[in-house]
Design a protein around this ligand. Structure first.
Ligand SMILES: [Zn+2]
Length: 346
């Protein structure tokens, strides 16, 4: 290179400068820019080589070549660095704008919740637990004995037609009410008895806004010394106030059930019109919510409880009906259709 003339060096520097600027302009990654930098300014770079060769030049030529090489070196470095910063900025902008748009709202976790029927059962259970009751449960496939006979409903009894029954076999119905749980519990436990038994029951009903072949019942049973109709009414008044609000009035109407004597239908004052009469209560001002009565002496004797010593009351209600009244739901089918738009509201 010693033979190389002064002019040749100047021309090389100009060419390297021009080439490096074009390459830098075209570069689209940080890697490419680093390669360009080392190609010209690295330890074995083209400009570096010229600077190192200065000593081999005639003394009077050295300043000009040196000056040109230094200027080229500074310009290449500056240009490469500027381009590097631009690329980095673009990467950040891309990430912010497209790949992770930090301005979008986060994805919410879908939390499950209890079905309104379960919620209503829990609410009712809480009320009675607060009054000292215990929860008792029984099978959904029952024997004829527990579902009917022990409850004072013999085979030829007309009451069997009141509850159209679904059968697994001739002697094995799906329970038509939760009352068999009373018998099962009384067989194993001596009075005093204070129990509630929520659960699914089955009847041969066609599905419509107020009927379903499967629904949920809630049953209560008390057997103790000196229990009277007054205890029943007071208990139901507390229940009605807790579920439907303070001051809710309760009314008992004579009725008939084979397993209670006397029997009563229980009505609550219509919360929609406060007893004045509206479409919800069919203009009567009252809504029937449950059936109840004093446990029939035959039922007590069937499980070996002395009906002279002990008396008791029982009541049963449809949980769907309570939920429909409380949350103003007009169609029972909504509970079973599993439409999240409905279920999420509660
Ligand atoms: Zn009303």
């Amino acid at each position: 290179m010693i033979e190389k003339g002064n002019d040749r060096y100047i021309k090389d520097i100009e060419k390297y400068l021009k080439d490096s600027l074009i390459e830098t302009d075209k570069a689209s990654t940080i890697d490419e820019l680093e390669k360009i930098y080392y190609q010209y300014l690295g330890r074995k770079g083209k400009i570096t080589y010229i600077l190192r060769s200065l000593s081999s030049l005639p003394k009077d030529k050295r300043p000009l070549v040196g000056k040109k090489a230094n200027e080229a070196s500074k310009r290449i470095e500056k240009f490469v660095n500027e381009k590097k910063n631009n690329l980095k900025k673009k990467v950040v902008e891309k990430v912010l704008k497209e790949e992770i748009d930090i301005t979008l709202p986060g994805r919410q976790l879908q939390l499950g919740k209890l079905h309104l029927i379960t919620k209503t059962i829990n609410e009712i259970v809480d009320i009675f637990i607060g009054m000292g009751y215990k929860v008792a449960e029984g099978p959904e496939v029952e024997s004829d004995y527990y579902n009917f006979e022990a409850l004072n409903i013999p085979p030829d009894h007309p009451a069997r037609t009141l509850q159209d029954t679904l059968f697994i076999t001739d002697k094995m119905p799906l329970r038509t009410h939760t009352s068999p749980v009373q018998i099962r519990f009384m067989e194993r436990n001596k009075p005093p008895i204070y129990i509630i038994s929520p659960g699914r029951v089955y009847r041969r009903d066609n599905i419509d806004p107020t009927h379903s072949p499967v629904f949920t019942q809630f049953e209560g049973l008390v057997v103790d010394r000196g229990i009277s109709m007054a205890h029943l009414k007071a208990t139901l008044e507390v229940f009605a106030e807790k579920v439907f609000g303070e001051g809710t009035k309760v009314r008992l109407l004579p009725s008939y059930f084979p397993y209670t004597e006397p029997s009563a239908e229980v009505l609550v004052q219509c919360q929609e019109c406060m007893g004045k009469g509206c479409s919800v209560c069919t203009r009567s001002g009252w809504i029937e919510i449950l059936g109840s009565g004093m446990v029939h002496p035959y039922v007590l004797e069937n499980v070996g409880i002395d009906s002279e010593e002990y008396t008791g009351f029982a009541f049963g209600m449809g949980v769907e009906r309570i939920a429909m009244l409380k949350y103003k739901i007009s169609d029972m089918r909504l509970f079973f259709e599993n439409d999240l738009r409905f279920l999420k509201q509660f």
